[in-house]
Design a protein around this ligand. Structure first.
Ligand SMILES: Nc1nc2c(ncn2[C@@H]2O[C@H](COP(=O)(O)OP(=O)(O)OP(=O)(O)O)[C@@H](O)[C@H]2O)c(=O)[nH]1
Ligand SMILES: [Zn+2]
Length: 185
């Protein structure tokens, strides 16, 4: 896969009017290929594999919040980065998930070509699936390079998306508690 991608990057560099054989660019196609493979490693992971059985029995049914998980993704329209933070809250129902696994779930979906709305949804569904939680809430705040470096070139706008499932959607008090905790810095 690296060789194939590198070949395409070499062609892109030539097409842009650069000389892919000059010293500074000689290894660039291969580096770019490896970088892009890393930035999309989420395609080569599965939920089962990353969770690795780290789901534990627990009697707690109070809101659990994991805040400020940093997020790096690529927008599927321009393949430019969008960068931000993800907050995940859930209401356990007999099972809790290993803390690091929230970050792994975020990364598995972020390290693909994405739009922010879909990414938010996929993370919420995955947390619901592995924990069987009574409710799940996910909020993502991100800044899109395709809005900043090109196009409309707006440097200060960010996008906030949220997905609430189950009790987090239906019970207004729970939803409010989640939003209040996310807002506490
Ligand atoms: N809703 C949503 N839109 C996104 C996301 N990432 C990029 N976009 C938008 O996708 C749209 C693509 O619009 P097009 O008109 O097809 O492409 P374009 O000519 O490059 O658009 P401009 O960015 O307006 O120059 C743009 O409005 C982007 O801002 C995302 O995560 N969610
Ligand atoms: Zn974009």
């Amino acid at each position: 896969m690296t060789d194939q991608l590198a070949r395409h990057y070499r062609a892109v560099i030539s097409e842009l009017g650069e000389d892919p054989t000059r010293e500074g660019l000689r290894d660039t196609p291969e580096r770019a290929a490896k970088a892009m493979q890393f930035l999309t490693y989420g395609y080569r992971q599965t939920l089962e594999e990353i969770v690795n059985g780290a789901v534990f029995s627990s009697s707690t049914d109070e809101l659990v919040l994991v805040k400020d998980i940093e997020l790096y993704s690529l927008c599927e329209h321009h393949m430019l980065p969008f960068i931000g933070r993800c907050h995940i809250g859930y209401l356990p129902s007999g099972k809790v998930l290993g803390l690091s696994k929230f970050a792994r779930i975020v990364d598995m979906y972020a390290r693909r070509l994405q739009i922010q709305e879909e990414l938010t949804h996929q993370i919420a569904s995955a947390v619901a699936e592995v924990t069987g939680a009574a409710g799940v809430g996910v909020i993502i705040e991100a800044r899109h390079m395709c809005m900043m470096m090109r196009g409309v070139q707006k440097q200060n706008s960010s996008m906030k998306t949220s997905v609430m499932l189950g009790e987090m959607r239906e019970n207004l008090n729970t939803r409010q508690e989640f939003l209040t905790l996310v807002g506490t810095r």
